[in-house]
Design a protein around this ligand. Structure first.
Ligand SMILES: *[C@@H]1O[C@H](CO)[C@@H](O)[C@H](O)[C@H]1NC(C)=O
Ligand SMILES: *[C@@H]1O[C@H](CO)[C@@H](O)[C@H](O)[C@H]1NC(C)=O
Ligand SMILES: *[C@@H]1O[C@H](CO)[C@@H](O)[C@H](O)[C@H]1NC(C)=O
Ligand SMILES: *[C@@H]1O[C@H](CO)[C@@H](O)[C@H](O)[C@H]1NC(C)=O
Ligand SMILES: *[C@@H]1O[C@H](CO)[C@@H](O)[C@H](O)[C@H]1NC(C)=O
Ligand SMILES: *[C@@H]1O[C@H](CO)[C@@H](O)[C@H](O)[C@H]1NC(C)=O
Length: 274
């Protein structure tokens, strides 16, 4: 389960801090309350196996997710919009967070969220099957839950978020068919990583019909089967540059020459049926 870390976060975010300008608004009390509820629902494991993929000393892992100080906009794992004070980015990757993912519902009450990164922790359980009707994640462009202990189905509201561009769910135990996850997905999607999970069934062309901006699709190390025609995938996904279908039970039909694939586009089809 800990075999493949998905280092999908940019370290730039980590060292990025807004300067403490006296004119910057303080965090909004209701948003701070939601953040505290979320953070306080977890314990911290700084010695567990996931941390070996995290390039930080133990003290840093311990302090990454602290809630010290009145202004939540100054917490290390938070970025606020400097003009409105609303929380826009949450980055808690490699924080040793241990416990059920369920409280993520309280995070989703933050209406101005743009990016939520919770990769490389010990979050368990299933994602909420519906989004609370007071939540509006209309600005969320990035959701990264990679390398946790999550399971169950990926609810379709996630892939239908109107601004979602980057969805990283690799390295968990999610299950279900690709149609359930990707059916009617948002046209805004650009990067989708579902590798190292337990998705099963076929890879129907119908899921690729309306994803004009998809550039990266990793589906490796699942239990997908049936036949895939590369020509169909690439002709539907005009911007696709990186495709990984390896380690499944797929029969891949290459009705196009591989140099085309290898030129501007990358494909890894290894470890499937001949
Ligand atoms: C952290 O993880 C290790 C390895 O799985 C485990 O032995 C230990 O009990 C965990 N500690 C806490 C506080 O959960
Ligand atoms: C949200 O759901 C509650 C009941 O769960 C309902 O009373 C309320 O009208 C709903 N609000 C909206 C905006 O749909
Ligand atoms: C996608 O939307 C169409 C039309 O609204 C609907 O018939 C179909 O069942 C939806 N597919 C999925 C997987 O939800
Ligand atoms: C696709 O990307 C272009 C810019 O690269 C952007 O203008 C357009 O709005 C995007 N389409 C969708 C559906 O998000
Ligand atoms: C592929 O299918 C074979 C039997 O058809 C099965 O034994 C094997 O576990 C499958 N592998 C994966 C990765 O699903
Ligand atoms: C794919 O696997 C399922 C079991 O998960 C099986 O019922 C189905 O026949 C398989 N399809 C193909 C084309 O091998």
């Amino acid at each position: 389960m800990f075999s493949l870390p998905w280092f999908t976060i940019s370290l730039v975010l980590l060292s990025f801090n807004f300067s403490t300008s006296s004119s910057a608004p303080l965090c909004h009390p209701d948003e701070k309350l939601s953040l505290l509820q979320f953070r306080n629902s977890f314990t911290t494991n700084i010695t567990g196996p996931m941390n070996k993929f995290c390039p930080y000393p133990v003290e840093i892992i311990r302090s990454r997710s602290s809630t010290t100080g009145d202004d939540c906009c100054q917490w290390e794992w938070i970025n606020c919009d400097p003009s409105t004070g609303h929380v826009v980015n949450i980055d808690l990757h490699c924080s040793g967070l241990t416990g059920s993912i369920e409280p993520i519902g309280t995070l989703f009450k933050l209406r101005h969220l743009q990016s939520v990164i919770l990769s490389l922790n010990y979050l368990t359980g299933e994602l909420p099957s519906t989004l609370d009707n007071t939540s509006r994640l209309s600005d969320l462009w990035e959701l990264n839950l990679a390398s946790n202990l999550l399971y169950g189905r990926v609810p379709s509201w996630i892939t239908r978020l109107p601004s979602l561009q980057t969805l990283h769910l690799g390295g968990n135990s999610f299950t279900g068919s690709l149609v359930d996850v990707m059916g009617n997905a948002s046209t805004s999607l650009q990067e989708v990583i579902l590798s190292d999970n337990e998705f099963y069934g076929s890879v129907p062309d119908s899921i690729f019909l309306n994803l004009p901006n998809l550039t990266l699709l990793y589906l490796s190390s699942n239990s997908l089967n049936g036949t895939v025609e590369l020509l169909n995938i690439f002709s539907n996904l005009k911007r696709l540059k990186k495709l990984d279908l390896s380690d499944n039970n797929l029969s891949v039909l290459e009705l196009m020459s591989f140099p085309y694939l290898a030129g501007t586009r990358d494909g890894d089809l290894a470890h499937n049926e001949p």
